[in-house]
Design a protein around this ligand. Structure first.
Ligand code: FAD
Length: 805
C-alpha cells in the first residue's frame, strides 16, 4: 500500500466503487480505495442487497440518479460478470387509494422522462403468473426497472477504475482515524493498522459505519443503521424448471410494506412490515458484517401477506433469512458533499443501490468541478440545521423514515414527531388565533389561522374535496384576499439572516451575486447567486447596512445551504466575516394596501413612499421596539419586512396588532403567502429555480448586471445567452375551474411531454389555478395551449403573460 495519494476513498461498497469509477472517468489519478473487509463481498449492505431497482420517485433528483444507475449497470453487463436482469418492475395496488397513488406515480414518471404504464390485474398476472390478480386493482409497470447483482456491479466499476492504474483497491484495511489540521481546516492523512496514507482528499463511503469516522473529525451525520428483513422461500412447484435466475418483473406490494423478486425456482421477500429496528452506528465499531440475526416475530405478518398475494408460496418454507442493515437518514435522502468545516473531507452515504451510479457521478462532478449536472439540494450535506444532528431528532426521524418508506405521502403531509423544535416569539399569539402549524426547518409556522374562519363570510373561496383538500383550508383563500384588500401580519422569523462584513465584504458579495450589490447604504437588492455553470444556486436579498456591512436574507428551508455557499467562497484572508444571526432576530411581514397606515401610526419616522421607497431599508422605532425595516414584499403588496431582536418580538406583534385593528388587520399563514407570491410570479428556489436553470431561462435576467464586472457564473451565462434560450419558465392557468395541480405534474402537448409543474396553487384574486413550469421556447408564447395531467386526468391549460396580478 502506498503512503501518499491524491484521494483516499473509504468503503468499497457500491457507492465507493461508483465514485472511484466516475472520478477516474473525470481524469483523477492516484486514488486509493480501502475497505475494512475483503473485496467485493465485503459484508456491507451491498453484499446483502437483493438488487431491486425501482426508478420512480417523487424527487426528480432521485429519479435521475436511478435512471442513470440503470443505464450504467446495463453498460457494464457481461456474460462473465453479469450485473443486470432486465425484467421490469411492477408495483401493485391493494386499495383504491394506492391505485390513485399509482396514477400520480405515472405522472412523476412522465414528468421526469421515464417510460411507464398502468396495467390491469390480468396484465399483471400475465407478467407475474404466481400473483392472485383478484386481490389487486392493477399495477404500475416500468419496463426498464430491473434487478441487479450489486456486488458484481461494484466489482465491474472498480475494475474499470483500476484499468490503467488510476486507482488501487485494497481489502482488509480498516481506516481507524483521519488526521487533519485544525488551523487550515484541511484533511492531511488517513490512518490504518497498516500505516498512514498522506492525502488532502478523503471520500467517506462507509454507509452504516459512516458516523464512526465522521465523528472523529467533528462531523455529525444525521443517519442511523436500520435492520431490514429479507428471506427466500424454499422452491415453489409453480416455478420448477425456471430457466433464468430472474424472469418475473420485480414486485412491490407497498400496502403491506413489502417487495419481492424471483430467485430462479424460489421467491425472495423483503419486508418493512415490522417496527423499525434502529441500530446506533457507534455500536458497529469493530463489526464488519451488516447483518443481525433474523427475528421471526417481525416476519409473521409479512409471511401472511406473501401467502395472500402469491398463493404459490403457501406451504413453502423459508431458507435464507436475515436482518441486513442499511442506512436511513433523517429525511430519507442521501448525504453528499464536502464537510462544511473541513476542506477535503467528502461524504457520499445514505445511498441505495438504486441510486449508486447517479450518486457516484454527482459526487465525482462535485469534487472535480465544484458543481453537479443534477441539482443536489435534497442530498447536500449542508442542508441540516444543528437540531437535525441531535440524537433525539435522528432517532425519531430515522424511525419514521423506515416506518413510512412505502406509505402514500401527501406533498403537504406534516411530520408528527419531533415538533415544536423551534418557535418564534409570536408563537403564543398565533396559538391564541388558532394557528394550524406546518413545520419548516424545525420552525412552527402558521399555515392558516382558525380565527380567520369568520372571513369566509366576506370572501368567496372555492371549495375542494379529496386529495387537494388535504392539509388545506378555505381560510387560506380568505387570508390571501384579506392581504390584498387590507393588511396582514406574517411571521417571518424562520427566514435565515446572515451578517456579512469587513473590508472585503462588498467585493466578495459582488462577485457571488449576479445583480449589482455596490449600491448606497440602505438599498435592498434582490439577486441570484450563480454556480460556475450559470445555474441558480440561491436567490435572496442583500441589504447594504453600512459601507462594509450587509444583511443577507434568505428562506429558512435553504438557509444552511446558502450559508455554506457563502462561507465556502469567502476569502480566507480575514477580510470578510460571515455571522449567522438567524437566531438573534425575529421578523414579521406587514403587508397589504393599509400597511403604511398601520406602520405610520406607531413610528415617528416618515414611512411615506418618498421617505421610504421600495427596495430600501431603514432602522426605525416602532413604539419602544428598535427595528430594522425593509420595504420589500414577497406577496406583491405594499409593506415591510420588520426585524427586531427576539426579545422585542411580543411587543412588536402587540403594537402592530393594536395599530392594525382599525384597518381589520389579520395574522395570515404560509398557505396564503404561497398563493399570493404565485399570482405575482415570484420564483421559489428549490421549485421554480435551482442550479439546473439559469436566470435567462427563469425570467430573472432583469436581475443580472452584465456590465458590473466579473461575477461567478458570468461566463457560462454569457455563453448561454449567445447560444440562445431553449426553454423558459412559463406561467399557465388551468382552463377548467374544476381542474387542479399541486406540483410535479407533467405538462403535455398532445403526447409530447414538454416539462413538469414546478409550482402550483390557486390564485384566489385571479380566480384560477396557476401553474408554473419550463416549456420549450416554441411553446412559451402567451395563448399557447398545453395540458397538465393530474392523477391521469388531462386538463387543458393556457400559457399566460405574467404576472397575473
Ligand atoms: P456498503 O455496501 O455497506 O459499503 C460500505 C463499505 O464500507 C463496506 O464494504 C464496509 O466494509 C466499508 N467500511 C466501513 N467502515 C470502514 C472503515 N473504517 N474502513 C474501511 N472500510 C470501511 N437497495 C436497493 O437499491 N435495492 C434493494 O433491493 C435493496 N435491498 C436491500 C436489502 C437489504 C436486506 C439491505 C440490507 C439493503 C438493501 N438495499 C437495497 C440497500 C443497499 O444495499 C445499500 O443502501 C447500499 O448497498 C449501500 O451501499 P454503500 O456502498 O453505501 O454501503
Amino acid at each position: 500500500m502506498q503512503n501518499k495519494a491524491r484521494l483516499v476513498i473509504i468503503g468499497g461498497g457500491i457507492v465507493g466503487c461508483s465514485a472511484a469509477y466516475h472520478l477516474v472517468q473525470m481524469g483523477w489519478r492516484d486514488i486509493v480505495v480501502l475497505d475494512q473487509s475483503q473485496l467485493y463481498q465485503t459484508g456491507g449492505s451491498t453484499s446483502h442487497a437483493p438488487g431491486l431497482v425501482f426508478q420512480t420517485n417523487p424527487s426528480r433528483m432521485m429519479t435521475a440518479f436511478a435512471r442513470y444507475t440503470v443505464d450504467l449497470f446495463n453498460r457494464f453487463h457481461t456474460s462473465t460478470l453479469p450485473t443486470v436482469y432486465p425484467v421490469g418492475g411492477i408495483e401493485v395496488a391493494y386499495t383504491p387509494e394506492r391505485w390513485a397513488e399509482l396514477q400520480r406515480k405515472l405522472g412523476f414518471a412522465q414528468a421526469y422522462g421515464l417510460e411507464a404504464y398502468l396495467l390491469s390485474p390480468q396484465e399483471v398476472r400475465q407478467k407475474i403468473p404466481i400473483i392472485d390478480e383478484t386481490r389487486i386493482h392493477g399495477g404500475y409497470y416500468v419496463p426498464t426497472d430491473c434487478d441487479v447483482i450489486a456486488v458484481n456491479g461494484a466489482q465491474a466499476w472498480a475494475q474499470a477504475a483500476q484499468a490503467g492504474g488510476a486507482a488501487e483497491f485494497h481489502g482488509d484495511i480498516p481506516v481507524t482515524d483521519i488526521e487533519f489540521e485544525t488551523g487550515r481546516g484541511r484533511v492531511t492523512a488517513v490512518v490504518t493498522p497498516k500505516g498512514r496514507i498522506e492525502t488532502e482528499q478523503v471520500l467517506l463511503c462507509t454507509n452504516i459505519w459512516s458516523p464512526i469516522l465522521a465523528d472523529k473529525v467533528g462531523l455529525k451525520l444525521p443517519l442511523m443503521a436500520v435492520e431490514h428483513q429479507y428471506a427466500v422461500t424454499t422452491p415453489l412447484p409453480e416455478l420448477a424448471g425456471a430457466q433464468a435466475e430472474v424472469e418475473h418483473p420485480i414486485l412491490r406490494h407497498q400496502d403491506r410494506a413489502m417487495y419481492f423478486r424471483q430467485h430462479r425456482d424460489a421467491y425472495g421477500i423483503g419486508s418493512y412490515n415490522h417496527a423499525p429496528l434502529l441500530v446506533d452506528p457507534h455500536d458497529l465499531d469493530g463489526v464488519h458484517l451488516a447483518e443481525r440475526p433474523f427475528t421471526p416475530e417481525h416476519f409473521a405478518e409479512a409471511w401472511e401477506a406473501t401467502n395472500e398475494l402469491l398463493p404459490a408460496t403457501r406451504g413453502a418454507g423459508l431458507t435464507r433469512k436475515f436482518n441486513g442493515m442499511f442506512t436511513f437518514t433523517v429525511d430519507g435522502m442521501p448525504i453528499m458533499g464536502e464537510a462544511p468545516h473541513l476542506k477535503g473531507f467528502w461524504v457520499a452515504v445514505g445511498v441505495w443501490v438504486t441510486h449508486s451510479g447517479g450518486v457516484g457521478k454527482a459526487i465525482a462532478e462535485w469534487m472535480t468541478t465544484g458543481d453537479t449536472e443534477v441539482d443536489v439540494r435534497e442530498a447536500n450535506i449542508n442542508r441540516f440545521y444543528d437540531f437535525a444532528k441531535t440524537k433525539t431528532y435522528i432517532q425519531a426521524r430515522c424511525y419514521t423514515q423506515y416506518d413510512e418508506v412505502y406509505d402514500i405521502i401527501h406533498p403537504f403531509q406534516q411530520m408528527e414527531n419531533p415538533r415544536r423544535v423551534r418557535v418564534s416569539p409570536f408563537y403564543p399569539r398565533l396559538q391564541e388565533l388558532g394557528a394550524v402549524f406546518f413545520e419548516s426547518a424545525g420552525w412552527e409556522r402558521p399555515q392558516w389561522l382558525e380565527a380567520n374562519r369568520r372571513l369566509l363570510n366576506r370572501y368567496r373561496v372555492p371549495s375542494r374535496s379529496g386529495w387537494e383538500a388535504r392539509y388545506w383550508s378555505p381560510i387560506q383563500g380568505a387570508e390571501h384576499l384579506a392581504t390584498r384588500e387590507r393588511v396582514a401580519l406574517y411571521d417571518l422569523t424562520a427566514f435565515a439572516k446572515f451578517d456579512v462584513r469587513g473590508p472585503g465584504a462588498l467585493a466578495f458579495l459582488n462577485y457571488l451575486a449576479a445583480n449589482q450589490i455596490d449600491r448606497p447604504t440602505g438599498r435592498v437588492v434582490y439577486t441570484a447567486l450563480l454556480t460556475r455553470r450559470g445555474g441558480i444556486r440561491a436567490d435572496l436579498t442583500i441589504t447594504r447596512t453600512g459601507p462594509d456591512s450587509f444583511l443577507v436574507l434568505t428562506g429558512g428551508a435553504t438557509g444552511m445551504l446558502d450559508l455554506a455557499w457563502l462561507r465556502q467562497h469567502a476569502p480566507d484572508d480575514g477580510s470578510v466575516q460571515i455571522t449567522d444571526v438567524s437566531s438573534q432576530y425575529c421578523a414579521v411581514g406587514l403587508w397589504g394596501p393599509d400597511a403604511r397606515h398601520v406602520l405610520q401610526s406607531v413610528t415617528p419616522e416618515d414611512v411615506s413612499d418618498q421617505a421610504f421607497p421600495y427596495f430600501t431599508a431603514q432602522a426605525i422605532s416602532i413604539d419602544t421596539v428598535p427595528a430594522y425595516a425593509l420595504r420589500v414584499s414577497y406577496v406583491g403588496e405594499l409593506g415591510w419586512e420588520i426585524y427586531t431582536p427576539m426579545e422585542y418580538g411580543p411587543r412588536l406583534w402587540d403594537v402592530l396588532w393594536q395599530a392594525g385593528e382599525p384597518f381589520g388587520i389579520i395574522a395570515a399563514g404560509f398557505g396564503a403567502f404561497d398563493s399570493l407570491r404565485l399570482e405575482k410570479g415570484y420564483r421559489s428556489w428549490g421549485a421554480d429555480i435551482h442550479t439546473e436553470y439559469n436566470p435567462l431561462e427563469a425570467g430573472l435576467d432583469w436581475a443580472v448586471r452584465w456590465d458590473k464586472g466579473d461575477f461567478l457564473g458570468r461566463e457560462a451565462l454569457l455563453s448561454a445567452r449567445e447560444a440562445g434560450v431553449r426553454r423558459r419558465l412559463c406561467c399557465m392557468t388551468l382552463d377548467d375551474p374544476q381542474a387542479v395541480a399541486l406540483g410535479k405534474e407533467p405538462i403535455l402537448s398532445g403526447d409530447r411531454v414538454l416539462g413538469y409543474v414546478t409550482s402550483a396553487n390557486y390564485g384566489y384574486s385571479v380566480g384560477q389555478w396557476i401553474v408554473y413550469g419550463y416549456l420549450p421556447v416554441e411553446f412559451a408564447a402567451p395563448g399557447t395551449r398545453v395540458e397538465v395531467v393530474y392523477f391521469g386526468r388531462r386538463q387543458p391549460a393556457t400559457v399566460r403573460k405574467e404576472p397575473l396580478r
